[in-house]
Design a protein around this ligand. Structure first.
Ligand code: GRF
Length: 207
């Protein structure tokens, strides 16, 4: 199946990864368009970034829904109305139900601030710092029902220095997040990849 290039970006906060995607589209590094930015928090800073870039925003507050499934059904409707091909989670602080995941099979990406499978969940950078790892990093992966556990599209590492704090480490990881997320989106949109077991593979199968 050839994928179109209409992105839906889901955010909850400041939207710096959203900005990285906006910038990559604007300067031609990423051949795609952001059709909608969906946010579950009405005051999220990322909404201003989207508006400044002329991108439609949709605020869908989860507090207005009785269940996770009902909320996700509203997301699916919003994304389908805009004919979204690929959903990009960019600091979207919600667990996803099968209602959303099954609507976009292998078509939802997430950026996570650790070298998965180490340190899933919240504050991956702080977890790495507290654990005392000597490298940290970021992961772009395909979203599956298990949290932060889908096939890995791309990772990047950064060193952990003795004088790092959780904040300085997170800032170093964030630079890499902004670099690899647009690149990974481009790889997924380009197609020609396959998933074997857990492995995301770009090479064609050997004859
Ligand atoms: C990033 O660290 C991302 O890896 C994680 O949430 C944070 C979102 O930051 N999933 P921002 O809103 O993109 O600035």
């Amino acid at each position: 199946m050839i994928m179109g290039r209409r992105l839906g970006v889901l955010i909850s906060g400041r939207g710096s990864n959203l900005q990285a995607i906006i910038d990559a589209v604007a300067d031609g590094r990423l051949d795609a368009s952001i059709a909608v930015v969906v946010c579950n928090k009405p005051n999220a800073g990322g909404l201003e970034r989207a508006t400044a870039a002329g991108i439609e925003t949709a605020v869908i507050e989860h507090t207005a829904f009785a269940s996770r499934e009902a909320y996700d059904a509203a997301l699916v409707e919003t994304l389908r109305q805009r004919e979204i091909d690929l959903v990009c989670l960019a600091g979207f602080m919600r667990l996803l139900s099968p209602v959303l995941i099954d609507a976009f099979p292998n078509r939802i990406l997430n950026i996570h601030p650790s070298l998965l499978p180490a340190f899933p969940g919240l504050h991956g950078q702080t977890q790495a710092w507290e654990y005392g790892t000597k490298v940290a990093g970021a992961t772009v992966h395909i979203v599956t029902p298990e949290l932060d556990a889908g096939p890995i599209v791309m990772q990047a590492t950064v060193p952990v220095e003795d004088d790092d704090t959780p904040d300085t480490l997170a800032a170093r990881v964030l630079v890499e997040e902004h670099r690899i997320y647009p690149e990974a989106i481009g790889i997924v949109l380009a197609g020609g990849w396959r998933i074997e077991g857990r492995r995301f593979l770009r090479q064609p199968t050997a004859p």
